[in-house]
Write a protein that binds this ligand. Structure first.
Ligand code: VGL
Ligand code: ZN
Length: 201
């Protein structure tokens, strides 16, 4: 059975000192590097949050404050600080992440009007990113998922992975939650377990 490692959004803006820093983010990088050393993955895929300037998920693009919610294209949209703007340092992968064995990169959040938490599709389910096609083309059936943030992009990537028929495992030691509300990380774990994601210690 072929397996892939999906590394979600390990980018400067989500790491220490970044515009949308996830607590403890930097601690997962050595763990992810070790996974890539000690396992033979058939594919290793990075996802990259890749927003145009003025993206509608940014509070600044809507005259709002960070932390508010608006309705965008009919669905709730949390207002984030400007982050992962195409071509900026914040959008680059963290320098300590070993990219030697990476086989594919999926960029998401490129449509200025629509956010994209999942590595598979945007939040409105209008457009697929190509991740499912790539994995199916390469006969991947099992996914191990790590990265940032556990309660947003990692969670939605895991849930879509299950929905798309993959055996889906989340490495708990390879992810951290942003915890906008204190229980968001814990709630995300229960939701993922309920929906068929296996959590690896
Ligand atoms: C993410 C918020 C906004 C993530 C991306 O990678 O979890 N969170 N954009
Ligand atoms: Zn984003």
């Amino acid at each position: 059975m072929k397996k892939a490692l999906i590394i979600v959004d390990v980018q400067n803006d989500f790491c220490e000192g970044g515009a949308l820093a996830v607590p403890g983010a930097n601690e997962i990088i050595p763990y992810i590097n070790l996974l890539m050393e000690e396992n033979e993955y058939d594919q290793i895929v990075l996802t990259q949050d890749w927003h145009p300037a003025g993206h509608k998920s940014f509070a600044s693009s809507n005259g709002r404050n960070v932390g508010e919610s608006i309705i965008l294209n009919g669905i709730p949209q949390f207002m984030w600080p400007d982050h992962c703007i195409q071509g900026t340092f914040g959008a680059e992968f963290h320098k300590d992440l070993n990219r030697d064995k990476v086989t594919h990169i999926i960029q998401k959040g490129k449509n200025i009007e629509i956010d994209s938490y999942s590595g598979f599709q945007d939040n409105n389910h209008f457009m697929k990113t190509g991740l499912d096609d790539f994995l199916k083309y390469h006969d991947i059936q099992l996914l191990e998922i790590v990265g940032l943030a556990m309660d947003y992009c990692v969670k939605f990537t895991c849930l879509d992975a299950v929905a798309n028929g993959y055996v889906t495992c989340l490495h708990f030691n390879g992810t951290r939650a942003v915890n906008v509300k204190p229980d968001n990380g814990r709630d995300a774990i229960y939701e993922m377990i309920e929906k068929g994601v296996t959590i690896l210690g």
